[in-house]
Design a protein around this ligand. Structure first.
Ligand code: XMP
Ligand code: MG
Length: 183
């Protein structure tokens, strides 16, 4: 689907597919330098990180494995509570592995800080984080994220894997959802 088919549902485009592509290439060069000679394990967080994972994994000129987790935050509404439930666990043994968590967005930081601690407790040699987007104004806990694509305003965004009610994940751009969609 082309972005402009449902572009009327966006109040603005924050990041174009070209900007996202360029940023993923830039992050990939840093990751390649940091993990030279290693066998990296990318852990994608379903479902939002599917697009970032697909593009990052193909851009990286490194031997790597890909695995997936699905987690959900307990709590009501759209706010993260920090209590996380594993809906789908990894297939991989993490013992001695260099792990890079691949995420779409860091909002409060609660999900990722829980996830990092969880993966570290399984004996990984290292656990780092790559997130395409981060909302600095929404942070509730400090998370040390080695690779961040873009810092964005504290607004609800969709596209490039990010959804509202399971829609818009297939948009190529990232945009702010127009109020008429949810009001
Ligand atoms: P926390 O708050 O724990 O949560 O960092 C991160 C998760 O919350 C979701 N999230 C969003 N999803 N547009 C979305 O489509 C947004 O603007 C947004 N902000 C947070 C997302 O699942 C992320 O992994
Ligand atoms: Mg997510």
């Amino acid at each position: 689907m082309e972005s402009n088919e449902i572009a009327g549902d966006l109040s603005k485009v924050l990041l174009t597919q070209q900007e996202i592509h360029d940023k993923i290439a830039e992050l990939s060069r840093r990751i390649e330098a940091d993990y030279e000679g290693e066998n990296l394990l990318l852990v994608g967080v379903l479902k939002g990180a599917v697009m970032v994972m697909a593009d990052l994994a193909r851009e990286l000129k490194l031997p790597l494995n890909m695995d997936w987790m699905a987690v959900s935050s307990y709590g009501s509404g759209t706010k993260s509570s920090g209590v996380v439930r594993i809906l789908k666990d990894l297939d991989s043994d993490l013992t001695g592995r260099k792990v890079l968590i691949v995420e779409d967005i860091i909002d409060s930081g609660l999900t990722l800080s829980w996830l990092r601690a969880n993966l570290e407790s399984r004996g990984a040699a290292s656990v780092e984080i790559c997130a395409l987007l981060r909302k600095p104004d929404a942070a509730k806990v400090e998370v040390d994220v080695r690779y961040v694509g873009f810092d964005i305003p504290n607004e609800f965004v969709v596209g490039y894997g990010l959804d509202y009610a399971e829609k818009y994940r297939n948009l190529r751009d990232v945009g702010v959802l127009a109020p008429h969609v949810y009001s």
